[in-house]
Design a binder for this molecule. Structure first.
Ligand code: BDP
Length: 714
């Protein structure tokens, strides 16, 4: 009998503990809401009440977030008040006279739709004000973030924030069958089979997470789109998602297949200059907007990697994009037309998008925006910026970044992308003289663009921690924060994220922000140093296969096309004596990239084929430097591992173990990359690996036999 009671109590206890840990969400499901604590030295006291005169679905969210946020941060139940009074927190829009009276008209009008002011006025009253309830929502999340991460505000707030880009969009490469192209965090979060009836709680958590960092759009489906997404059956599912996301300010967009009129509508073909095709799209747009009045628009991958497009009918990309733009225009929708196009013509792949789109500059409708990947090839660990950013002066452009780590170790490697995103956004295109960085070329400051936007290919899936690796959440977070404010530093974002996700411990923050800041350079070192690129395995893109040959495969899908290693040297000659891709960059970049003596070392083999004994600035020859860089990458991962291990007492057990296990994989694979690349390139250089460096652990013939065994990638 006694044993029975003991067992019941024991089971009850176990359940309670599990429940408690579930509440704490130390499995990573809590994202950057996991660690809620006010900054230690922060003199900011908890407001004694909240005054929120307006009520809309978005204001209900604001209210809920403030109540629960302040409660967690200060362990206090903050009451509501029906008027503005001392020591309170007030949130409202500029139409609320008792709040707006504290602000000048000019400062409110420049806020636009999404901007906000957080200011402490007389009597210790803090006001969060915006022109729209969504602006107030962004202000609220920022207010809570400041309480947790930023003690520069002392006792008073005075913050004005206006986002860098109007549209801050996630691109999901999710298929309708639940798989995710290049997704490494489990299946798609969209439960198409259960929709529209069943709404997963994850949809709301997703919307909240995005809104908290300012993301305001989502393309739900893969750019390699199936026509089915435009069937009424699916549009009804999309409508439910749009309704769920709306109060959080997240607009829904869809990727479309250019052949939809023939595939779905039974038309003879999908030629964009045919009236019946144009009408089909107009009717489809009308149908979509009757279900989703604030639908964002279409994302289009056309005539790229085998997908249909206007060129199938002898038309241009502009013809195709403009036809869709005309269908969406009456409803306020936009077309995001991807510039990721290349063919097997033999022309250097890095040049092709520019060659295709430069002649079309100025030919697109105002509601078309060209979506351009950060680099000219394809999301490699390091690429120069795409020359299109400096070349189109009459076409609106938006950057496409990849948050999912297709070429950077999937969700197994700790690689913080804040530094990669910043390097790209800060790249000077010199298109208008100095200081024409990609960020200001695309945010509307240089050109008077009516639409400004930025997209990130999502790394989100059904895994309990959302992104497969706890630290991969930081990349989603960094994308959102930079889309909101491209001037933020990568380190600030990393520290903010660490504080809200893990701990406020100064030693932890210092050490781990250091690891994060170095992590992208480490992956460049152990995968593709000195401007090398595209050395990974065929199809899956995981692991090194610089030797990869597939009979009948397109040469520009194989590593040998990119590294061009031979008995003389290594690298792709894109200088004026080679493919002349350098000519697509404005001066002085043209001259700098064209000359190996001036070209930044990190891009050397991107632009030049150089002899193995080519001497670098530090006096080493190219081969020796390659050996050093690859070895350095491995050493950096060892250092990440030691650092993480030394912080064990500062991290919860679950997440500590998870990250520790991933770092073990990362180290093994960094060695794999180093050995595979050096041993293979050595067959051309015929030079020794310097004796002071670790010698390869594996043999080339064994590495060549390795098969890709991972099963969790789809
Ligand atoms: C490449 C991916 C491929 C995508 C393509 C794209 O390997 O899966 O479909 O980009 O962006 O990086 O369209």
């Amino acid at each position: 009998m006694r044993t029975k009671y003991f067992l019941i109590i024991f089971l009850y206890f176990i359940t309670l503990t599990q429940w408690a840990s579930g509440q704490d969400r130390l499995d990573g499901s809590g994202l950057w809401f996991t660690h809620m604590e006010t900054i230690e030295s922060g003199p900011l006291a908890c407001p004694s009440f909240i005054y929120m005169p307006q009520s809309t679905p978005t204001f209900s969210i604001i209210h809920k977030e403030l109540k629960s946020g302040l409660n967690k941060l200060y362990n206090q139940e903050v009451k509501d008040e029906s008027q503005l009074d001392s020591n309170g927190l007030c949130v409202g829009t500029s139409s609320q006279k008792d709040l707006s009276t504290y602000f000048k008209n000019e400062e409110l009008s420049v806020l636009g739709n999404d901007g906000y002011i957080i200011r402490t006025v007389g009597n210790n009253v803090t006001i969060i004000i915006a022109n729209t309830d969504l602006g107030a929502l962004y202000g609220t999340y920022h207010y809570l973030r400041c309480l947790q991460t930023d003690n520069t505000h002392k006792a008073n707030f005075d913050i004005v924030e206006i986002p860098s880009y109007q549209r801050r969009i996630l691109n999901h490469w999710d298929n309708l069958d639940g798989t995710v192209e290049r997704g490494y965090a489990g299946h798609s979060i969209w439960q198409w089979e259960d929709l529209p009836e069943k709404i997963s709680p994850r949809y709301v958590e997703y919307a909240k997470a995005n809104a908290s960092i300012g993301i305001n759009g989502t393309v739900l489906n893969n750019v390699n789109a199936k026509p089915d997404i435009l069937k009424l059956e699916y549009l009804e599912k999309v409508k439910v998602l749009a309704n769920t996301f709306r109060p959080y300010g997240i607009k829904v967009y869809l990727s479309i297949n250019f052949s939809s009129p023939s595939a779905l509508g039974g038309l003879e073909n999908s030629d964009p200059l045919k009236e019946e095709v144009q009408n089909w799209w107009k009717e489809k747009a009308n149908e979509i907007y009757s279900l989703i009045p604030d639908f964002g628009g279409f994302l289009v991958k056309a005539n790229s990697e085998g997908l249909p497009g206007p060129q199938d009918f002898g038309r241009t990309h502009a013809d195709g994009a403009n036809m869709l733009a005309d269908a969406l225009k009456p409803h306020g929708g936009i077309v995001m037309w991807r510039a990721f196009v290349y063919n097997s013509s033999g022309n250097d792949r890095a040049k092709q998008a520019y060659d295709e789109f430069k002649p079309l500059d100025g030919k697109f409708r105002k509601n078309v925006i060209l979506q351009v990947k950060n680099g000219p090839v394809d999301f490699q660990p390091r690429e120069p910026f795409s020359p299109l950013f400096g070349a189109l002066h009459q076409t609106t452009l938006m950057p496409e970044l990849q948050i999912t780590q297709e070429y950077l170790g999937f969700s197994d490697h700790l690689v913080y992308l804040g530094t990669l995103f910043k390097e790209f956004l800060n790249s000077d295109t010199y298109t208008n003289g100095r200081n024409s960085t990609v960020s200001i070329i695309t945010d509307g400051s240089v050109y008077d663009d009516s639409i400004t936007a930025i997209a990130g290919v999502a790394n989100i899936g059904l895994d309990s921690n959302w992104c497969g690796h706890h630290f991969a959440q930081a990349n989603w977070y960094a994308f959102g924060r930079l889309a909101w404010n491209h001037q933020l530093s990568a380190r600030k974002i990393a520290t903010e994220w660490l504080m809200q996700t893990f701990s406020h411990d100064p030693d932890f923050l210092n050490q781990m922000s250091g690891v994060m800041m170095e992590s992208r350079e480490a992956v460049v070192n152990y995968m593709t140093p000195l401007g090398l690129h595209h050395l990974m395995g065929w199809g899956h893109h995981y692991g090194p296969e610089p030797w990869c040959e597939i009979s009948g495969a397109r040469p520009d899908w194989l590593p040998t096309y990119y590294h061009k290693a031979d008995s003389i040297g290594i690298g792709f000659n894109r200088s004026s004596s080679g493919s002349n891709a350098v000519s697509q960059y404005a001066e002085p970049l043209f001259s700098v990239y064209n000359d190996p003596a001036l070209c930044p070392e990190e891009l050397l083999l991107w632009f030049h084929h150089l002899p193995w004994n080519y001497e670098l600035v530090n006096g080493r020859d190219l081969w020796t430097e390659l050996c050093y860089r690859y070895s350095m990458g491995v050493e950096q991962v060892k250092y990440f591992q030691c650092t993480w291990n030394s912080l064990q007492s500062k991290v919860d057990k679950n997440r500590f173990n998870d990250v520790q296990n991933k770092l073990a994989i990362q180290l093994k694979e960094a060695i794999w990359w180093r050995d595979a690349c050096l041993l293979y390139f050595q067959t051309f250089s015929h030079r020794p690996i310097p004796s002071q460096l670790d010698q390869p652990k594996y043999k080339l013939e064994d590495l060549k036999k390795l098969k890709f065994l991972k099963t969790h990638h789809n």
